[in-house]
Design a protein around this ligand. Structure first.
Ligand code: ADP
Length: 577
């Protein structure tokens, strides 16, 4: 997948690449020309004692060197620019693509792996682009051009090339072949370290509460040691590389001098030609080494490109409609028509034959035991998942046909585990409607029974909220999330077990204020506690993913066994308390 990724992301930056190639050409040509000029000075200038000639050719060499330096700087500059832009573009593509994923795809990859893919993997590809830009053009020119120029100097020593180049290739190639599988392993191990670390940081309270620090430390140590072990093995092989290359280079120069000296002694070769030949052979060996070095980067970048491509090639399972409808009624009506839903890979559906209507402006409660499918059901409304059968219709438009932004704009979802963003109380409240007035924010806080504790915070609305909302209590987080939904003023509110962390009297006050505040909006309330939902216009009793009862509290008490059981179990619990 490396060529696919590279061609896709390099193409927009072709002018930079053209500049890189041009400057590298200039630089390599200069490198190839300089030793010949040097030989010229020695053989024709120094030998005859012609100072003018020496100064002239020397001046030319100086000029060429200046051009070479400028070209080298320019090549690296444009190369770095191209590489950084490619990195930026890949990261941005992956980020935007992941943003379209539904929960299904995110859990398929896992958040830590998605993060590694967007950061570390992209970086490896970026390094490859950078190195390619600095070496790809100059290495072959120096190698081939070096051979041509060296042959021009003296053919008698050329057999040295035929020996040292293969020796270098075998030595460096042998080291590289052994490192490639290690690099593959390393990428997987980086993923593992990230995963373990993330799990432990997110679950740190649980780890402490269950006194599992030693075991977790142990688990991290294993992952960390494995990564270190692989990195060390790579390091050892790489450390071997430099001495091996230097050995070949030095033995070659000794050989050139040895055999060259005897030729000079015999008068078949000039001193200048020998120095030029030595320079060329060094250039050739350096080029071969650079090329083999590239060979290390390619497999690692290829593994990374595969992982990036995997993300980019994954289509979201909640596909946006081809002709999105954004023309809704404004009532807030919800209609589930024979809906069935199965999680991917699950044997049986978690929801079946779900068929109900929520009248505009009414309150519908959904009650049922844990695992009965309540959360799954409400997640179908904002299309976090698509129903596997049947239709979910909001305000006359099937959610699958609706323009996602228009659909989400009319739904305010307070999830079971609300998430607050890094910022302040105020920035979180304004999340759904940035232009809300301060008065509206306080109004929402009052309704959500959150005004008191926000007022008590040292900075009030400006009080800082840490990532995820971990610096406020669970109940406070829930109430801030409720206020956030209220500020948005949607047509339909969904409260997924949002009142469970509240005590009974706060729960009662919140519900009383809520109905007044939301006006004619539609409320869908998922609840565990019967007391939360006694006033609802319609209660749906869910059991094993099916609706086993519907009606008002009184109606259900009369004729529904499951509902009666729930009520009785809670009454007994309260009486016992
Ligand atoms: P409730 O909200 O009533 O507690 P849920 O809707 O959360 O119930 O879950 C209903 C069933 O679906 C449970 O049996 C649960 O194991 C299963 N389930 C929930 N989320 C997933 C998921 N992401 N993948 C597979 N199964 C799931």
């Amino acid at each position: 997948m490396l060529p696919t990724i590279l061609s896709r992301f390099l193409r927009p930056h072709w002018p930079l690449l053209v500049a890189v190639v041009a400057f590298q050409l200039v630089q390599s040509m200069a490198s190839l020309y300089l030793p010949t000029l040097n030989a010229d000075i020695i053989d024709n200038g120094v030998a005859t004692g012609d100072t003018g000639y020496i100064m002239g050719v020397g001046g030319l060499m100086l000029l060429i060197t200046l051009v070479q330096v400028a070209a080298a700087i320019a090549a690296v500059y444009f190369g770095a620019k191209a590489a950084m832009r490619v990195g930026r573009d890949i990261r941005s593509s992956v980020f935007h693509h992941v943003n379209e994923f539904s929960e299904r795809e995110v859990s398929q990859f896992g958040a830590p792996s998605l993060i590694t893919r967007t950061t570390n993997d992209v970086q490896q590809v970026q390094i490859l682009v950078l190195m390619t830009c600095t070496m790809l053009v100059s290495a072959p020119i120096l190698a081939v051009g070096g051979v041509v120029m060296a042959l021009q100097q003296d053919v008698n020593l050329s057999w040295l090339l035929a020996v040292s180049v293969p020796v270098l290739l075998v030595a460096v190639g042998g080291i590289i072949i052994r490192t490639v599988p290690l690099f593959r392993k390393m990428q997987v191990r980086i993923d593992t370290v990230n995963r373990v670390l993330r799990e432990q940081i997110s679950g740190i309270r649980v780890v402490r509460a269950f006194v599992r620090e030693d075991r977790e430390t142990q688990r991290f140590a294993v992952a960390n040691d494995e990564l270190t072990d692989t990195a060390l093995r790579v390091g050892r092989l790489m450390a071997l590389m430099f001495p091996v290359v230097m050995l070949v280079l030095n033995v070659t120069s000794v050989a050139v001098l040895w055999f060259g000296a005897s030729q000079i002694d015999a008068g078949t070769m000039e001193v200048g030609a020998l120095t030029a030949f030595l320079s060329y052979i060094m250039q050739i060996l350096m080029a071969v080494m650079m090329a083999t070095f590239m060979a290390i980067l390619i497999p690692r970048a290829a593994v990374c490109a595969d992982r990036i491509h995997e993300v980019l090639a994954t289509e979201t399972s909640v596909r946006p409609p081809a002709n999105p409808v954004s023309d809704f009624d404004t009532s807030g009506e919800i209609d589930f028509r024979d809906v069935e839903f199965s999680y991917p890979g699950a044997e049986k559906p978690v929801l079946s034959d779900i068929d109900f209507t929520v009248a505009p402006g009414s309150t519908t409660a959904i009650i049922g035991s844990t695992g009965s499918g309540k959360t799954t059901l409400v997640h179908l409304l904002p299309r976090l998942f698509d129903a596997t059968k049947g239709r979910v219709v909001v305000d006359g438009v099937a959610v699958a046909d609706a323009d996602p932004d228009a659909l989400w704009a009319r739904i305010g979802l307070v999830p079971q585990k609300p998430y607050l963003f890094t910022g302040t109380v105020e920035s979180n409240l304004r999340y759904g409607r940035p232009d809300a007035s301060e008065e509206e924010l306080w109004q929402a806080l009052e309704t959500a029974q959150a005004a008191d504790f926000v007022r008590a915070m040292p900075d009030g609305l400006d009080a800082p909220i840490s990532q995820g909302g971990t610096n406020v209590s669970g109940g406070q987080r829930q109430r801030l999330a409720i206020a956030r939904a209220l500020v948005k003023k949607p047509q339909i509110y969904i409260f997924d077990d949002s009142f469970s962390a509240l005590d009974l009297s706060t729960d009662a006050r919140l519900r009383a204020a809520l109905r007044k505040d939301v006006g004619d909006a539609t409320l869908v309330i998922v609840a565990q506690r019967v007391s939360t939902i006694v006033d609802a216009d319609q209660i749906l009793v869910l059991e094993d993913g099916r609706i086993v009862g519907r009606g008002t509290h009184e109606e259900l008490l009369e004729g529904n066994e499951t509902y009666k059981e729930i009520v009785e179990s809670q009454l007994t619990a309260e009486e016992a308390a």
